[in-house]
Design a protein around this ligand. Structure first.
Ligand code: TMP
Length: 229
């Protein structure tokens, strides 16, 4: 891995991002209903059309273990878990995703586009869920060996726009009360200020084509910087 290192002002942890010839690691994150998954699919296709090798993953999931953990975490008829167990299951899925998919792809110089990453745990289980975010950063650091995406795109969305886009059948976390969803939206905004890696806010209330154009512009900039580094 490259030697780009970043300091988390909250915890003093040292994080790192990849440098070329390793691949670029991009994360789309944000509240439910922001249109992240659609945008991640468009981004993946556009980068592939430009001749890049892209591995697209989602967190939680993306591996046999991760898919089972995803069901345990999100199925509405799943078993109960206490907040810490929930947080650790998200981390376990992430560790497996890194080992099986993300690290091999980055080491082979491929670009990785992930639908969510550690910031989601900091917000959903931490800022909205009640676990001390500093604790989540520490566990997250151990889970990822300090790897941060080269670019995190935070799709910021209003309650109105999110509700109009959300599926009628909601998973276990999407079914939590509106006060929790509002804490998630606010949590993403406040987490931006001391996020220990490159992060850009994207206004996801705009029409999807404009949102995509804004995402692509940020990603092309990150790609150019990455190959120069
Ligand atoms: P998805 O619908 O974007 O695939 O995300 C699954 C749900 O899991 C979504 O409601 C957000 C939630 N989640 C957490 O609560 N913590 C996490 O660490 C991650 C990655 C997702």
């Amino acid at each position: 891995m490259g030697d780009s290192s970043l300091q988390n002002p909250n915890s003093g942890l040292i994080w790192r991002t990849t440098n070329a010839p390793e691949g670029l690691f991009i994360c789309l994150d944000g509240p439910d209903g922001a249109g992240k998954s659609t945008q991640a699919a468009c981004l993946t296709q556009t980068l592939r059309d430009q001749g890049l090798e892209v591995v697209a993953v989602r967190d939680p999931g993306g591996t046999a273990l991760g898919d089972r953990l995803r069901s345990l975490l999100l199925d509405r008829d799943s078993v109960e878990s206490c907040p810490r167990a929930e947080m650790l299951m998200f981390m376990a899925s992430r560790a497996q995703l890194l080992a099986e998919q993300v690290m091999p792809a980055l080491e082979a110089g491929k670009c990785v586009v992930t639908d969510r990453f550690l910031l989601s745990t900091v917000v959903y289980q931490g800022l909205a869920g009640g676990i001390d975010p500093a604790e989540i950063w520490r566990v997250g650091h151990a889970t990822t060996s300090g790897l941060m995406p080269n670019l995190t795109l935070l799709l910021d969305v209003s309650r109105e726009a999110a509700e109009s886009r959300m599926e009628r059948t909601r998973d276990r976390i999407e079914s939590r009360p509106e006060s929790y969803q509002e804490a998630v939206r606010q949590g993403f905004r406040s987490a931006m200020s001391d996020f220990p890696g490159p992060i850009s806010r994207i206004n996801a209330d705009l029409d999807p084509d404009t949102v995509f154009a804004n995402i692509l512009s940020e990603v092309l900039h990150a790609l150019a910087e990455h190959s120069r580094a």
